[in-house]
Design a protein around this ligand. Structure first.
Ligand SMILES: NC(=O)c1ccc[n+]([C@@H]2O[C@H](COP(=O)([O-])OP(=O)(O)OC[C@H]3O[C@@H](n4cnc5c(N)ncnc54)[C@H](OP(=O)(O)O)[C@@H]3O)[C@@H](O)[C@H]2O)c1
Length: 220
């Protein structure tokens, strides 16, 4: 039976790679601010997560969603006092508030969400002096996802936390990403885990590098 997937932050990078995998099960809708490269089976809805007033309209226009993938994110570097108040609020809005509001509206609308796949980062487990708000939103959305796995309105939940990947996430930073993971490999690993481990209400995995490996961190 055809299943519909919504990928929040699916216009490029890991979210786009995951979107391509999910076309195997049915139509995929990706959201983001920029139009993705055309791909059969994927449609794009322009949406800026920093505009929380648009969440209700976004969700109202959606068909029934079988799997929600939350993949949006961006890099923010700087000790807390060096970030502007606006930068702090934007990171929390894009990384936690808007995804939470989308989940809330979706659950209110369709009463049951069979699958939730949340992309965090190894930053959800690792304190980082220069990424205090980023680590906070990743830790926060992990706990939101874990809590929702206890809600009968949600079918099953996978939290996937990758290490550094070669994506536009790092554009303009000038760091060496040559040893980072390929997003195609990470998406394949996550999709395999998602399709092969359907028995648990909650799973949490890390996709790590040096050496490249998969760690199962939580099963519930
Ligand atoms: N790359 C890494 O090293 C790394 C490591 C660990 C975890 N992660 C996490 O992996 C996920 C995917 O990142 P990526 O590496 O694939 O980065 P990416 O290539 O830059 O993709 C980020 C995605 O997030 C969307 N996004 C960002 N800000 C948004 C906003 N204000 N409104 C709507 N969409 C927004 C982007 O869409 P638009 O630009 O079209 O709006 C894009 O689809 C993120 O959650 C990131 O935190 C990345």
């Amino acid at each position: 039976m055809s299943q519909t997937t919504l990928v929040i932050g699916g216009t490029k990078g890991l979210g786009y790679e995951l979107a391509k995998h999910f076309t195997q099960t049915g139509p995929v809708i990706v959201t983001g601010r920029t139009e993705p490269v055309h791909q059969e089976g994927i449609s794009w809805v322009r949406h800026d997560l920093n505009d929380t007033t648009s969440v209700q309209a976004l969700v109202s226009d959606l068909p029934k969603i079988d799997t929600l993938v939350i993949a949006a994110g961006y890099l923010q570097s700087g000790e807390l006092a060096k970030l502007s108040a606006e930068e702090v609020v934007t990171m929390v809005t894009v990384g936690l508030t808007a995804p939470t509001l989308i989940l809330r509206a979706l659950l209110a609308k369709q009463e049951y969400l069979p699958g939730l796949l949340t992309i965090t980062s190894t930053s959800q487990w690792t304190p980082r002096r220069n990424e205090p708000v980023y680590t906070a939103i990743k830790g926060g959305i992990e706990m939101l996802s874990y809590s929702l796995s206890k809600d009968p309105a949600v079918g099953r939940v996978l939290v996937a936390a990758p290490s550094g990947m070669k994506t536009e996430f790092w554009s303009g930073v000038g760091n060496d990403v040559s040893e980072f993971l390929e997003p195609g490999f990470v998406s394949e690993t996550i999709y395999k885990d998602w399709t092969e481990n359907t028995e648990n209400k909650f799973r949490e995995i890390g996709i790590l590098r040096q050496p490249t490996r998969i760690e199962i961190r939580k099963v519930d």
